[in-house]
Design a protein around this ligand. Structure first.
Ligand SMILES: *Cc1c(COP(=O)(O)O)cnc(C)c1O
Length: 848
């Protein structure tokens, strides 16, 4: 029906309430309880029914209600309070204290952003983390801009058919119901960017959405000038088709950089959240070459030193790879400006020395363009160093240049309103500053047990109510008979120990672990003295039949008459359900197969609300676990035999619940509250507040990566890129001359054995060829021996020139101190005396 013209009618918000419209157009309201209440109190039931979307809500509130509120002094006072805070937190320029200069910008790229349930732009933890990154950056007043894609259908919505088999729907999002603003070019036309596709061009509209102080730029190919296939590039998140997937990543990386350019934003730092975004580097190179009139080599020195690359995937198969022929058309526009052939460009995403047809890895492209690389927990950092050590074949795993920054969660978004009230009273108005105010965590001890327990019980009541409503809807959709519908309205018990398990149903998350011995599980649930109830939620990927099978067996189990009330699967896991669960459950259960969970953040959200973790020692829990705060399943073992592992670990879960968790929970001998349990709740809350808050995480990115990288950017581009050109000459010189370097086996002045505090001299002869000694580091590499031939925690000591032995050959020496007893090993090696980027090039290292 092409003749249809459209227009939009908004409610006529009376002038005294005008701020409500401003507020509804910035997601800041979603994590500020006082702002959120401003909408909710207009009509709490309608608010829930609108899906907590202020724009939809405003169209449903009768005009009279607005007129009434415009004369309601208490409402206006509330509004004024929120308006002041908004002005202060969001609109004000940063005060003089900011370490950031005008013009410095960090561009944060991600395939998904999980900000609020009304914005369907995410699938799971990666997205929520990206959303929390933006929210925390707003709180810390960082000059950061997010870049992502605007999915018309988002990730799928889940429902179960009557056999318990997962079905997917893809409802289209109404863009007019989201606080999006179409960006315009300088002539006032819609801002559309273009890039090359296999045949023809991709055009994408540039949108913006405000997350507090942070703009999030989103690209959308659903434009009439695009062909149907191209319009579908941004239809769905993780659609699974290889072509679409690649086109999405091209759009995000190359298109995202073009959109920033069109908006006049030139990032001084690029942050790629996972390998999906790795094309960012290519377009950034092109822009920098253009802007500063420098060659590709010099531009590479700039881009790599100012790019951050975060990886989240501890399995090699989880990283995107594409056949070179699929990638080449997209790289075509770079051939001329880079003066590179299609094969040379593809080689940027292949391991050194790989065959021309080997797959193009987004991860390897990312590694080649980023100096700051990190995993997302301490354990994951180790796993990633091991996994990618083949890219640095001359170094040991410990020295693979990948570090870690442990994830954190955005406290105001996840903390229960009932606990926020307690925090306001006991911690003061700055309670939301999390890890940046250490005294906050300490004051949690001041909260009276009875008050905390009551707040927690209110959270659980809210959870029970929500579950009943959701179940009623679930069964209604399946046309369940009347008696079932009535029964559904009374599922769960108010006072029973409630254990939640909610996450994606990926195989490694092992939702099936609990069902290894169904009869034992049933006995635990129906214990007369210490009953337990379970809540499950989570989506399986549409193509993952194994995951769907697990959901079905879980639903089947829950159909046993004896369990119907206490064993429940909630459909369509999303941020709203996640929030209810991490606030209202008593225990958060997590059973991944170590070390597959890179970090995991839902357990942090639970801990923050005083919900105790029972988890495998994997991801963040390796850093969070202590016996005062929760329970560990096993001791961090890794197994070859998965069936055996499942048998052992499921028994461990049953034993923990039966022998430790339930008895502690039901111990009400002192004053009717579970005293020891409350102690653990407080310890968990303190831990989450101080260690696993997103402000701590983003501050770490800021201090360790963003600030040094941004400063470096300014140095490198100043003076027409003079410093970048100097570095590229230096880099080239090393690459050209490195082959001439040879270093002999070190010689020690004494054979030993030695006593602690003695030392001895080590010397070696190094041939440096055309490179001068001041261009090189000759390093003594030593440490305690692990097996026969491996050095544990190697240490490095610089050797210095003792004498010139003959032309181009030098005798180096240093003292090796014996600090601890044990069996030691040592050798020597040569590396460039240059900054970290050059020093860590795999080809610039020579061992004795
Ligand atoms: C926090 C969160 C996740 C991530 O949780 P994991 O512990 O990584 O599984 C996924 N989905 C939603 C809706 C969340 O809120």
């Amino acid at each position: 029906m092409r003749f249809i013209q459209t227009f939009q009618v908004f409610p006529d918000i009376p002038e005294p309430l005008a701020f409500l419209e401003t507020l509804s157009r910035n997601l800041w309201w979603s994590w500020n309880q006082n702002a959120l209440e401003l909408f909710r109190r207009i009509n709490p039931r309608l608010w829930e029914a609108s899906g907590r979307n202020p724009i939809v809500f405003a169209t449903q509130v009768p005009q009279e209600r607005f007129n009434e509120l415009a004369k309601d002094d208490s409402y206006l006072a509330h509004l004024e309070q929120v308006r002041k805070r908004f002005e202060n937190r969001v609109l004000n320029q940063t005060d003089g204290e900011s370490p950031w200069d005008q013009g410095e910008t960090v561009a944060y790229f991600s395939m998904e952003f999980g900000i609020h349930e009304t914005l369907p732009l995410f699938a799971g933890g990666l997205g929520i983390l990206a959303g929390d990154h933006l929210k925390a950056a707003s709180g810390l007043k960082l000059p950061l801009v997010g870049v992502g894609l605007l999915y018309r259908e988002g990730y799928f919505r889940q429902y179960l058919d009557k056999d318990g088999w997962q079905q997917e729907t893809y409802p289209e999002t109404d863009l007019y119901h989201l606080p999006l603003s179409k960006q315009k070019d300088k002539d006032g036309n819609d801002l559309v960017i273009s890039l090359t596709d296999i045949d023809g061009d991709i055009h994408a509209q540039v949108w913006k959405i405000r997350i507090g102080r942070i703009p999030l730029i989103l690209l959308d190919t659903n434009l009439p000038e695009n062909s149907p296939e191209i319009r579908d590039i941004t239809a769905r998140l993780y659609s699974g088709e290889q072509y679409t997937r690649l086109a999405q990543e091209v759009l995000l990386g190359i298109g995202g950089m073009r959109a920033l350019d069109a908006l006049g934003i030139q990032p001084t730092v690029g942050h790629m959240n996972e390998g999906h975004c790795a094309f960012v580097g290519l377009e950034r190179l092109r822009q920098i070459m253009d802007r500063y009139g420098i060659n590709l080599e010099a531009a590479r020195e700039i881009v790599s030193r100012t790019t951050v690359f975060t990886t989240h995937t501890p399995v090699a198969a989880g990283h995107d790879e594409f056949p070179p022929d699929l990638v080449k058309p997209y790289l075509k526009p770079f051939e001329a400006p880079f003066d590179m052939s299609a094969d040379q460009l593809v080689a940027l995403g292949q391991p050194d020395g790989a065959a021309a047809e080997s797959p193009f890895s987004m991860f390897i492209l990312g590694l080649r363009t980023a100096q700051y690389i990190n995993g997302v927990s301490k354990l994951h950092g180790q796993v990633a160093r091991h996994m990618w050590s083949h890219i640095w074949p001359t170094r040991s795993d410990d020295e693979t240049p990948i570090t870690h920054i442990t994830n954190g969660v955005h406290i105001p978004s996840m903390l229960a309103p009932e606990i926020k009230l307690l925090f306001e009273r006991y911690l003061g108005p700055q309670w939301n500053m999390g890890s940046t105010m250490p005294e906050n965590a300490r004051r949690i001890d001041d909260i009276f047990d009875e008050e905390l327990w009551q707040a927690h019980e209110m959270c659980r009541s809210r959870l029970v109510r929500t579950v009943r409503e959701l179940m009623y809807r679930q069964y209604g959709r399946r046309n369940a008979p009347l008696d079932v519908m009535t029964a559904v309205e009374s599922v769960l018990d108010q006072d029973t120990l409630t254990i939640a398990f909610a996450r994606r149903f990926a195989t490694y998350k092992r939702a099936h672990l609990l069902f290894q011995d169904p009869d034992r599980l049933e006995a635990i649930i129906n214990s007369t003295k210490r009953p337990v109830q379970f809540l499950f939620a989570g989506k399986a990927h549409p193509k993952d039949n194994e995951g769907k099978g697990i959901i079905r067996s879980l639903v089947d189990f829950g159909r046993r008459t004896s369990l119907r009330h206490r064993f429940i699967f909630l459909e369509d896991y999303d941020l709203h359900i996640a929030r209810c669960l991490v606030q209202g459950a008593d225990v958060w259960l997590n059973t991944p197969r170590r070390p597959m969970e890179a970090c995991g953040t839902s357990g942090m959200k639970a801990a923050l609300n005083g919900v105790l973790n029972v988890s495998i020692l994997d991801g963040w829990w390796c850093e969070g676990y202590s016996p005062e705060r929760g329970w560990r399943i096993g001791n961090g073992e890794e197994y070859q035999d998965h069936n055996y592992q499942d048998a052992v670990e499921s028994q461990a879960v049953y034993n923990l619940i039966e022998n430790e968790v339930a008895p502690l929970y039901y111990d009400r001998t002192v004053g009717g509250t579970p005293k020891e349990w409350l102690k653990m709740m407080k310890a968990s809350m303190k831990m989450a507040m101080s260690q696993f808050c997103s402000l701590r995480m983003v501050s770490e990115y800021e201090e360790r990566f963003y600030l040094p990288a941004s400063r470096r950017f300014e140095e490198l581009v100043s003076d027409g890129g003079a410093e970048a050109c100097r570095l590229s000459d230096q880099h080239r010189r090393y690459l050209d001359k490195w082959g001439q370097i040879q270093v002999a086996s070190p010689i020690r002045s004494a054979q030993g054995p030695f006593r602690v505090n003695q030392s001895f001299e080590v010397t070696t002869l190094a041939q440096t060829g055309e490179l001068r000694p001041d261009e090189l580091n000759v390093e003594l590499y030593y440490g305690k021996m692990r097996h026969l031939d491996r050095i544990d925690n190697p240490r490095v000591k610089m050797m210095s020139v003792k004498e010139e032995h003959s032309a181009g050959t030098y005798l180096y020496s240093c003292k090796l101190p014996c600090t601890d007893s044990g069996r030691y090993g040592f050798t020597v090696r040569v590396t460039p005396n240059a900054d970290a980027w050059i020093r860590y090039r795999p080809e610039l290292l020579t061992w004795a």
